[in-house]
Design a protein around this ligand. Structure first.
Ligand code: MN
Length: 230
């Protein structure tokens, strides 16, 4: 056999090995552990809701996402990278990547111990909204206006200003398809599955009650990781 032909075969074999490795090692998006017991935030969400929400809804999004991305190349990306580039993916991946990412954030945004809004986030809220009270009414107002399923968010926009926005379905403010988005700092799930067992049709009560469980320490952490350092 000619030397050139041998080299070609060798190259081809290397490529096949590489592709196999790539496919085998394709990273799966993992399930985030719930950082507290199902009943830990029952002043806001009862144990039954938390159980179903975490084990059925959230795990369902992660499973469906892994199935959907394993069918395409480049599935070994971090979830946040997929979210930022979501326009390159289909609707199924958009819905389930959003579901996986939003809930992973949401669990961390709730705290078993009641916390007061303080620190850098409190100062920035006061500057950008006028007062903490004004921010709260804005957040509640935007949440109440969401018709059907979606989320309400406090975000840091691209000009480093705090803003309240709402996204439909499982869209996240980081998605490149969301106009006027930014980095999510605090989010509230407005899907019926998040509140119905405890609040029935009284979604406004659920929204108002959210303030008793916000994990402001986590929100401060997110803010500080995103604010430009002087
Ligand atoms: Mn949910």
């Amino acid at each position: 056999m000619s030397k050139i032909l041998l080299e070609r075969i060798e190259k081809l074999e290397t490529r096949i090995v590489n592709e196999k490795t790539f496919l085998n090692e394709m990273k799966k998006i993992g399930i985030e552990k719930l950082p507290y017991a199902y009943s830990a935030v029952d002043r806001f969400i009862n144990k039954e809701t938390m159980d179903v929400h975490y084990n059925k809804h959230y795990k369902g999004y992660v499973d469906k996402l892994n199935k959907a991305i394993s069918k395409r190349r480049g599935g070994d990306k971090e979830l946040e990278e997929i979210i930022k580039d979501i326009s390159k993916y289909n609707k199924k991946i958009r819905d389930n990547a959003g579901g996986a990412f939003n809930h992973a954030l949401f669990w961390k945004m709730l705290s078993p111990e009641q916390q007061k809004c303080s620190g850098d986030i409190y100062d920035k809220i006061t500057i950008d909204f006028g007062s903490y009270r004004d921010f709260k009414s804005k957040f509640e107002e935007v949440a109440k206006k969401r018709f059907g399923s979606g989320w309400v968010w406090l975000i840091l926009d691209n000009n480093n200003k705090l803003k309240v926005i709402s996204t439909p379905n499982q869209d996240n403010p980081l998605m490149d398809v969301v106009k006027g988005g930014g980095y999510p700092l605090l989010g509230l799930d407005l899907w019926e599955h998040a509140y119905y067992l405890k609040y029935l049709n009284k979604r406004d009560d659920y929204i108002k009650n959210f303030w008793t469980v916000v994990n402001w320490k986590f929100v401060n952490k997110l803010l500080n990781s995103k604010l430009p350092k002087n």
